[in-house]
Ligand binder design. Structure first.
Ligand SMILES: Nc1ncnc2c1ncn2[C@@H]1O[C@H](COP(=O)(O)OP(=O)(O)OP(=O)(O)O)[C@@H](O)[C@H]1O
Length: 314
């Protein structure tokens, strides 16, 4: 796949022909899972790339390879032009991992129930040398909480279980700022939240992008939120990126049959991200669930449209 733009200082991460195969099972049950094949994309400073695809298409594997939780089998991942496989010392790897942080579906899983919100934010501030004294830490933690639109007085002394899901996700976002990350890998960050809260969290992520110049890989199966948040979109299908480009262009003029299939399940992918669009994305989720249950094969024809889709699954 050819890259969209020539390399420039705006490009923080370049992924070229990344491939990942997992070996599973033992003896006669040994088999290979080709999770990613020749995946290529770029992450640009202060912008978001949405990685959209159905369950099992390889989205989370991309994120795990970027954090070096797993190693890719072939291809290249360059961070500011440097191959991430060359970060060999503990210091180099720690520095890289500081810069590239993940936000998960379930913020509760990444917060320690035994510690207060103050502790979650103050600890990385001390660890990464952003503050030296307790007074500085309290001030900075309060700033971070205000940045993510939480009331410091009402939040800092609480424990994760005392917050709502949306508030916990705000703390996770504040934590990435406390660490000093420049790239956020957001893996379905709103999918476990109430529909009414999703838009608020997306707005906050947008604010981080626009005001803090943060860079995002936004993993989702929801085209409506991708359209709202991401300047570029990459459509994944069975471990491959089948289409990658400017979000509006891909949505307005999808080239690949699978992209056309995804879009056919969204009532109106062209409207801006409103409550109505969230409802649309829910419909897409329902459609995906129906299809997953029936294990129906993807029909690779351009004529495939929503009528066919629903008729097959009635
Ligand atoms: N550690 C692993 N060992 C074996 N197979 C794996 C492993 N991690 C992922 N896979 C397989 O790789 C493929 C891609 O999985 P991945 O989790 O990346 O998909 P996904 O698009 O993120 O799905 P979802 O939206 O459900 O999270 C799947 O077939 C999955 O079973």
């Amino acid at each position: 796949m050819t890259l969209l733009n020539p390399p420039s200082s705006d490009i923080l991460v370049t992924v070229k022909n990344m491939t990942k195969t997992f070996n599973t099972g033992k003896g006669l049950h040994k088999r290979q899972v080709h999770a990613l094949r020749n995946v290529s994309f770029e992450l640009k400073k202060g912008r978001a790339l949405a990685l959209v695809g159905e369950s099992g298409s390889g989205k989370s594997t991309v994120a795990r390879l970027l954090t070096r939780m797993h190693l890719h089998n072939s291809g290249e991942v360059l961070y500011r032009g440097q191959d991430i496989n060359e970060f060999n010392t503990h210091r180099e790897l720690a520095q890289y991992r500081k810069n590239i942080q993940m936000i998960f579906q379930d913020p509760y899983g990444s917060l320690n129930p035994a510690h207060t919100i103050y502790h979650h934010l103050a600890r990385p501030l001390f660890t990464h040398g952003h503050v030296k004294t307790k007074i500085q830490a309290i001030e900075k933690v309060n700033d971070l909480l205000r940045l993510v639109e939480l009331d410091p007085e009402a939040t800092a002394s609480k424990y994760p279980h005392q917050l709502s899901g949306g508030q916990r996700q705000r703390v996770s976002i504040a934590r990435t700022v406390a660490i000093g990350a420049e790239i956020i890998l957001a893996d379905e960050p709103t999918s476990m939240l109430d529909v009414s809260i999703r838009l608020d969290i997306l707005k906050l992520l947008n604010k981080m992008k626009n005001e803090q110049d943060m860079t995002f890989l936004y993993i989702t199966h929801d085209i409506a939120t991708a359209r709202y948040f991401a300047e570029e979109i990459a459509i994944m299908y069975q471990g491959q990126i089948v289409e990658w480009g400017n979000t509006s262009s891909v949505i307005d003029n999808p080239q690949h049959p699978y992209t056309q299939l995804l879009l056919s399940a969204v009532p109106n992918p062209h409207i801006s991200f409103t409550e109505a669009a969230i409802e649309g994305s829910e419909l897409l989720e329902q459609a995906n669930t129906i299809r997953e249950k029936s294990m129906a094969p993807i029909v690779e024809t351009v004529e495939y449209n929503s009528q066919h889709f629903y008729a097959q699954h009635d």
